[in-house]
Design a protein around this ligand. Structure first.
Ligand code: ADP
Ligand code: MG
Length: 476
């Protein structure tokens, strides 16, 4: 019955041809080879897993319809997939499909195939912008515990794009923590190592805008062709693809092709992949193939080192104590830290004065508005006292008992963090201590937070209470 399946498939093809563009037909249907027909099940062979997924995603309804027409409602379709080029094509893996009987009304509008996905019109400029900022390098990307994995993975990729298990490389973290910096450094380094490689860097917003433009101009073919040439494709802030189904589809397609061809893909996101809402599951599952590295909050030492490095780049020096003070005060992210430094420099040069502690205090007051004004020292002391089951008197006393010292140090730390009081005034308030005692307390608490897990969780509870009161009083 050899002709049977060939004949059935030929008739299917004739129906399909009427319904899709010539280009789509050529791309997605001509490569299919019919293999077998048994028990109303037609088996077709497709060149890859990706190909199969594309068919399912875009042409399921159409295939269902032609199978219905040729084999009746009992008809089923089965795919036989040739595993990736490199592997033995002689042993195709067969995927059994249940052959669910979808009907047109079940089809949600978003699932409808792209119209003429690769219709080729005139060759338009794809207007792809791919600019790497040469100032983002590994050299000036200060390393700390919080970013070590991300940095070393990026360095490894720059040496061997597509040749490590970090493909794709996904870097996530909150804003201003260095995602763009580290991947651009990767790009710059790779360019130095391999001048001939084609590097593409885009934000996911640019990518989306280009895609929409290509849709409008009927130049999707050129659009994907352009991206498929990349040796290194970097998509910054993929979270913005959320909910953009069509853009995700084309990205999925580009992703698969590049990955199969051993090309390197690098992405960033502001949250871990599993929390990327509005991204299709199949896309998320791809992200997990490689390495996901996160950027946490930088610790105090790293922030201080970053301050020194930025100032040095501007030909300036800050006394260590001052750098530490700024580092203590700005613990949100590095972009904010840079903002503070720029203001500091500006103020100092405008007023023709040295950068001093009082100048820093003044600048920080204007900039870091988030360092609350609503929480006062009284409130913090009460919260600390009740959290550690000590009295206010004890907290302010001269006693050096272990529990008291800890509570006092935590109180000073929280005061520094959540109020605008100077080190000196905090010291005064905690039993007339001097400013170096407060610095020592900040350092101690910071160290404990790093190494002592029970201490940290107790501290976080306490801080939560204080923050709550702050938000609360803000709304009021
Ligand atoms: P994100 O992309 O995560 O929002 P960026 O990469 O834009 O953050 O970083 C914000 C700013 O902080 C940039 O100017 C960057 O150069 C700087 N920066 C971030 N991390 C570091 C670091 N580890 N060392 C030096 N500068 C950094
Ligand atoms: Mg960024």
């Amino acid at each position: 019955m050899r002709e049977d399946y060939q004949a059935v498939w030929d008739r299917c093809l004739r129906l399909i041809k009427k319904q899709v563009s010539a280009q789509s037909y050529k791309t997605w249907f001509e490569p299919i080879v019919p293999k077998k027909l048994a028990n109303s099940t037609l088996t077709i062979q497709v060149p890859s897993q990706f190909f199969y997924e594309w068919l399912e995603e875009h042409y399921l309804m159409l295939l269902r319809q032609v199978i219905d027409q040729e084999l009746g409602p009992q008809g089923k379709l089965e795919y036989s997939i040739i595993v990736d080029k490199g592997n033995s094509p002689q042993n195709p893996m067969t995927v059994q499909l249940p052959g669910q009987h979808h009907t047109a009304k079940h089809q949600k509008s978003e699932e409808r195939p792209l119209q003429n996905p690769f219709a080729l019109k005139s060759l338009q400029d794809t207007q792809v912008i791919s600019v790497l900022n040469p100032h983002y390098t590994f050299d000036n990307f200060i390393e700390g515990d919080y970013n070590r994995l991300a940095k070393s993975a990026a360095q490894a990729v720059a040496k061997k794009p597509g040749g490590t298990s970090f493909n794709p490389l996904m870097i996530y973290g909150g804003i201003g923590l260095g995602k763009t910096h580290v991947i651009q450094a990767l790009g710059n380094e790779l360019k130095r190592n391999f001048p001939d490689k084609f590097i593409l860097y885009v934000s996911s917003e640019q990518f989306t805008a280009q895609f929409i433009e290509a849709l409008r101009n009927n130049s999707i073919q050129d659009f994907s062709h352009f991206y498929l040439q990349a040796d290194l494709l970097m998509i910054d802030d993929v979270q913005f693809l959320a909910g953009k189904e069509k853009t995700q589809e084309i990205f999925f397609h580009i992703f698969n092709h590049l990955h199969q061809a051993g090309k390197q893909i690098v992405m960033t996101s502001d949250c871990p992949p599993r929390e990327l809402k509005g991204l299709q599951e199949r896309l998320l599952s791809r992200f997990k193939w490689g390495l996901t590295a996160d950027l946490q909050q930088p610790d105090l030492e790293t922030r201080t080192a970053i301050i020194h490095s930025k100032m040095a780049a501007d030909g300036m020096q800050l006394p260590d104590e001052l750098a530490q003070y700024v580092a203590y005060s700005v613990d949100t992210n590095i972009r904010e830290l840079e903002g503070v430094l720029i203001s500091l420099i500006a103020h100092a040069s405008l007023n023709k004065q040295e950068i001093s502690l009082s100048l820093a205090q003044q600048v920080l007051k204007n900039i870091v508005q988030d360092i609350a004004v609503e929480v006062n020292l009284d409130y913090i002391q009460k919260a600390v006292a009740s959290h550690y089951h000590v009295s206010l008197e004890q907290l302010k006393s001269k006693s050096r008992k272990r529990e008291l010292v800890t509570a006092r140090q935590v109180g000073m730390y929280l005061a520094k963090r959540h109020t605008n009081h100077s080190l000196k005034s905090i010291g005064q308030y905690f039993g007339g201590r001097d400013h170096s005692t407060v610095i020592y307390a900040l350092q101690t608490v910071n160290d404990l937070l790093d190494i002592d897990q029970p201490f940290r969780s107790s501290f976080e509870d306490l801080q939560q209470k204080i923050k709550f009161s702050r938000n609360h009083s803000r709304k009021a």
